[in-house]
Design a protein around this ligand. Structure first.
Ligand code: IVH
Length: 700
């Protein structure tokens, strides 16, 4: 249908006005009158007319504005106290073992009571909110646990819809922007989960066009809280619960238990994590009895559907704060808490094909391509098959009907074969890399088959780059899988340092890259030029060097220069070699992998180039005002007042480096009873020797 220019002009004006009206309702009044689909239809109609009559298209047209989102990205927020995750248990035995481990660590008899609190594990996204002198000054996402994103304005919009009411009758935002009460500390940081109730999720999704719907409440909450426009209407659907705290200034007298602290937080006007929905005295689910906790877990699992939001298990926490302090952390999770997850969801689907993925260290991982199926709210179309033995063991063939399971954030897995298809055929594992064609070998004692292509294998190179920019490494937003692939194909990025020498003018003229996305990418890359040592080590993607070992190394060597110097001297039996092995947690396998990496000329070249581009910050050792910060300590013999593990964990939390063996670099040897060869060596080397009491005095 063709229209005259006059008609087009009038229609363009009408559509523009209408779209502006709906924009306002949506973005400013939080009250859309039409669905996304209806909005899209109007938008496209206007676009079509403007395309047909370009001279009638105005720069002020709604088609020229990208929603109402501000163009800036979130600022980064450094968490003074890291936001950690939780260790998971899926079985009752694992919960019992956890209880035993705690008692073991604290040197308590098995029949001694510890009070635990059981909380719902809310399936949302964690956040932190910081109040200074009672005023909300900063809200942040967890991010990688150390650096999150500033979402202060978004937090303020949370309304906590009452599930018994109809959604648009909700009150004003009710996330406290100010706290009132007695003895409010100068710094008060609380932590919790933002999430969506089922009702809110359904209503929100009903306004979304097909294909734009959120797959589950958790994804929806994550998308909404991280959206850039604080006036977006979707923010009002969010709800939150507080489950803990971060930094609290010393002017506050902390209660001795978790549950009392939560009661104080509630008295300041926050919603705290609820317990059993049928419990009228909401908070106190305290028990010393593991059997009771397991009972409670069963009960809440049965009643799950009566809870208005998704929970994926219970969290058990030691209630006593003094015990928690002693228990401390291991890796990314506290020893004093445990997530007891509900069993994984299982569904049946078909294996359509088996393909190989080549990882950054050359490992060939078989992946099953499945007929897409919904597992607990998430569409699953791939499942890892781990390695060739696993395929053999489960006898998984192409065409088979299989049981697939997904638990939490874990990659979906095939549990078992339901039936072999009549025409199913066994998968023949390749003996060559499907990407570069090099031999794929399986070393003795290893389950993985590995491509030997090394530097010539394109798949490995691309995977290494992807790893380099990933979240816990350089964390470069806007440089994901897709972009790496296309920059690689265009020859723009072949090695990590190329990232910092990108020609933005070239990218700007590529299809799909607007001025704005290039500016954002450039900003993200500039930001990434400053990196911490543990992240840098992790980013290198060295075999056997993950995040935790990256941290161990950075704590030991403190600066990049020291690390590199030592790595270049790694030879079996050299001083540097023995020093590396003295790190508690380091072993021969790791040392070998490091030696190999730092002996490879190509890797050294990359390091030299990266050094020109980056500032690598020294490792931050905890509590630098402690007398043992930065000192190397070796514990030996039997300690009386605490277990060796507790002593080690405490020393590390004070910034000391705990080594497994004595060398000239050791500052203190703490000797309990029955100390043997380490004590002897310390005496020979003239290292300062302390008994347990002297050590405790030193750190008190
Ligand atoms: S306590 C030091 N309590 O689960 C760790 N976490 O899987 C403190 N979560 O990152 C976490 N409900 O986002 C805690 N009642 C609860 C929770 C909870 C949900 C989330 C939290 C955490 C994740 C770990």
């Amino acid at each position: 249908m063709s229209v005259s220019k006059e008609e087009a002009k009038a229609e363009i004006e009408r559509l523009s006005d209408e779209l502006r009206h709906h924009n306002k309702l949506y973005y400013q009044k939080d009250a859309p009158e039409i669905t996304d689909a209806e909005y899209d239809a109007l938008f496209r109609e206007l676009q079509a007319l403007e395309a047909e009559f370009p001279d009638l298209a105005k720069s002020s047209s709604p088609t020229q504005k990208v929603g109402a989102a501000p163009s800036t990205k979130f600022a980064k927020v450094h968490h003074k106290i890291p936001m950690l995750s939780l260790n998971n248990a899926f079985t009752e035995e694992e919960v019992e073992e956890w209880d035993k481990r705690i008692k073991n660590f604290l040197n308590l008899p098995e029949n001694e009571d510890i009070t635990y609190i059981c909380e719902q594990k809310i399936d949302g996204l964690s956040f932190s909110a910081r109040y200074e002198n009672g005023k909300l000054v900063q809200g942040a996402t967890r991010g990688d646990g150390e650096v999150g994103e500033n979402i202060t304005e978004n937090l303020k919009k949370i309304r906590n819809p009452d599930p018994t009411k109809i959604i648009f009758t909700y009150d004003e935002p009710n996330f406290p922007s100010e706290i009132k009460g007695k003895n409010i500390p100068a710094i008060f940081e609380i932590r919790g989960e933002v999430y969506l109730q089922h009702g809110a999720f359904e209503i929100l999704n009903s306004t979304k066009a097909e294909g734009k719907k959120f797959v589950n409440p958790r994804n929806a909450a994550a998308g909404i809280i991280r959206q850039l426009d604080p006036n977006a209407s979707s923010l009002r659907y969010l709800a939150y619960f507080i489950y803990g705290w971060g930094e609290i200034s010393s002017d506050f007298s902390m209660p001795t238990t978790h549950h009392e602290m939560m009661e104080i937080i509630a008295s300041y006007g926050f919603l705290i994590t609820p317990h059993h929905p049928k419990d009228k005295n909401v908070y106190k689910v305290l028990t010393t009895n593991i059997a009771q906790m397991l009972e409670y877990h069963k009960k809440i699992q049965q009643d799950r559907s009566s809870i208005p939001h998704d929970i994926d298990g219970l969290v058990y926490k030691v209630d006593d704060r003094a015990l928690r302090e002693r228990l401390g952390f291991a890796g990314r999770a506290p020893r004093w808490a445990l997530a007891h997850k509900f069993p994984a969801e299982q569904v049946v689907t078909t294996v359509e094909n088996i393909e190989i993925q080549v990882g950054r260290t050359g490992t060939l991982t078989p992946v099953a391509r499945l007929t897409p199926v919904n597992v607990g709210g998430v569409m699953v179309s791939n499942a890892t098959l781990h390695n060739e033995d696993e395929i053999e063991r489960k006898d998984i063939r192409i065409g088979d009907t299989v049981v697939v399971q997904r638990a939490g954030d874990v990659i979906p897995q095939i549990v078992s074969v339901r039936t072999h298809a009549a025409d199913s055929h066994k998968y023949i594992f390749p003996l060559n890399c499907p990407v570069c064609g090099s031999h794929a070998v399986r070393e003795e004692g290893e389950v993985a088959r590995r491509c030997t292509g090394g530097l010539i294998c394109e798949a490995q190179a691309i995977e290494r780059l992807r790893h380099f920019v990933s979240r816990n490494a350089f964390d470069i937003e806007g440089l994901g899988e897709k972009q790496i692939q296309s920059f690689w194909e265009a020859g723009l990025i072949r090695a990590p340092h190329d990232i910092f020498r990108l020609d933005y003018e070239t990218i700007k003229i590529w299809e799909g890259w607007g001025e704005k996305s290039v500016t954002n990418l450039q900003a993200a890359i500039t930001y990434a030029r400053n990196i911490t040592l543990p992240r840098f080590i992790y980013a290198l993607g060295i075999r056997h060097i993950g995040e935790i070992t990256g941290k161990l190394l950075s704590r030991h060597y403190v600066s990049y220069a020291e690390l590199k110097k030592a790595m270049l001297q790694l030879e079996h039996g050299s001083e540097a070699w023995n020093d590396l092995l003295s790190i508690d947690g380091a072993g021969e396998v790791m040392a070998d992998a490091l030696r190999e990496f730092f002996h490879e000329e190509h890797n050294l070249q990359i390091l030299t180039e990266l050094e020109k581009e980056l500032t690598i910050a020294d490792a931050e050792l905890a509590q630098t005002d402690s007398k043992v910060a930065g000192k190397t300590v070796v514990f030996t013999g039997t300690l009386e007042k605490m277990t060796r593990n507790e002593a080690k964990s405490r020393a590390e939390s004070l910034g000391a480096k705990v080594a497994g063996s004595v060398s000239s670099k050791t500052d203190y040897v703490v000797a309990g009873s029955d100390s043997g060869s380490k004590l002897k060596k310390a005496t020979e080397l003239g290292v300062k020797i302390l008994n347990e009491d002297q050590w405790l005095e030193l750190i008190s």
